[in-house]
Design a protein around this ligand. Sequence first.
Ligand code: GLA
Ligand code: ZN
Length: 681
Amino acid sequence: MTAPRRSPLFSRLWHGADYNYEQWLDYPEVLAEDFRLMRLAGCTAMSVGIFSWAVLEPVDGEYTFEWLDGLMDELDRNGIKAILATPSAAHPAWLSKQSPEVLRVDREGRRMPHRHRQNFCWTAPVFREKITAINTRLADRYKDHPALLLWHVSNEYPSTPCYCTTCLEGFRSWLKARYGDLDKLNHAWWATFWSHRFTDWEEIEPVDPSSNGMMLDWKRYNSDQALDFFLHEAAPLRRIAPDIPVTTNFMASDVGLDYWKFAEHVDLVSWDSYPEWHVGDDVQTAIKTAFFHDMHRGYKDGQPFYLIESSPSQTNWQPLSRLKRPGLLNLACAQALAHGAMGVNYFQWRQSRGGEEKFHGAVVGHRGGEGARVFKDVVEVGEMLAGLADLAAARTPARVALVYDYENEWALNLAYLPRKAFKEYQGVCIEHYANFWRMGIPIDLISGRGGLGGYALVLAPMLHLVAPETAARLAEFVRSGGTLVTTFLTGWVGESDLVHLGGYPAPLGEMLGTDMVEFDTFGAGQGVSIEPAPGNSLGLTETATAGRYAELLAPTSAEPLAVYGGEFYRGVPAVTANRYGAGTAYHLGAYTDEAFLAHFYHRLSTRLALEIGPVHDLPDGVTTRVREIDGKRYLFAMNFKSNSQTIHLEEGTWSPIAGGEPVGVVTLEGFGIKVFTNGSS
Ligand code: GLA
Ligand code: ZN
């Protein structure tokens, strides 16, 4: 754990919500009622002050902390901790009026009006000064407050670029530091293409998608800018209150931030999860959500994370948000725990009375009181969390890992491939991940920038951008006995987005033991069959359909495991395996259907004797996860189908956490979850 020494952060499972107290200052009866309800709901940590700037500093330089003092004291009196935010995510209108340069400029050079939130420029000196001033005061005032648990820096940093003069100058300086001189930059960006050569740094304007290299660097720069701003915000907090850990809430989708890099600078990873339950297939939604939980656990190398926002009922910004079916809230919260959470919070505690989020779900709705179904569901979650306290620091051991790389995602999205529209890096990663979820085999998400040594199997789908160090790390992993799976589109460009010459997957070609000679693409309803090669060493027996991408492989040393069954390339290898050192590298040259992926990974897991979780042959929609602390293991069994299903636990091993004899056959209700334990701590 990297939390500061004296923090109780990992001492229990936290439960709470975003509490926008500042909206209710004129309603004292609401405040009294809120604390009564928080106690009923088993709340232990509330996020406060997130959007409070206009109430904390109503006039430039005049601070009004008294209401926040009262709130902090009231939290403490009720035994509830504060996750105290810095207010940069929504600054007051007077600041925009007085210093318009705090507002972002769009790519056409227009300064944006004061509206919405997260609308500020990362570099504007006056904004940085104002945020330092208020954060310093917050830290000075509350550093020793007994309620203070965690700093919540800003809110959901975006990566929206700003094109103001200072930000563009910043980009040019960033480029100077990266390339040193313009010749190197012109080469890295292949700038002779369409006469894009630059002769002066001032000529560089990052508004040209035809220059893939430039746009990739612009994305990197904006990600770095957000991080730089975060470090600026966190500096006074860390200086004045070094014992209070710092987080900022991440998001699931690709928002343009390299969270692997960002996570190195937070003490705790926290994230906001808003799955679309009951809109499509709940099993797919569960898999996707599990993937993101594992991703956030992965950011700090397995350290438990905080699910710091989630909707207790409906989410009003989604195209469609359905009522959570009975049991679902508890299941969704337990899922976070199963994947490594050390706390579960909601957005929001009390439904707002006006504004865009007035109909967003909340623990306490407009009707008020504790009678609503959602409130009772939240009480139930609170009880579950209270009963599992020692899980907070528990780890989630895994022997399989999946590499997820943001720079790779950006490069892929920027590339104009013969199949321009569909890239779906994240979707393909989730399709590979899904197989392990369905088998109940734990899996980590990793950046690929660290060591791979502890894993038996590493998946690196669609790793289009491969820097020399990444290639070396993957090769070393396989050479020393690891098993690697790569797919179509692997190893085409290097870190500046310059294509690797000599044929793809150039930097990995020797390890994969194959060349990729051509690749075909398919539209909807098109495809080609893939047939297992007779007697192939992995024991593949199923025929598959390839769609979207089909690479025509020419093995140099690899064994063809499956070949195309049609088109003019009938018989050409589509899937290969190559012994390399003490390990094996598999390459799936085609985008295959789900059934084939399941078959492939089932064969591979059996071959590698991967410890399947404690439950074998899981029914569709059910999965298990184990968390472990000091030799004590917790088994989560979760059913994401609406009908009840039965699983078989290893005889004599797992007892219900409530106590009692070990059980064998377990029935999980529809959207049901059960937790078992084996052994004592
Ligand atoms: C985000 C924000 C919150 C709130 C929720 C609504 O996660 O961080 O402030 O707007 O969305 O779902
Ligand atoms: Zn700017």
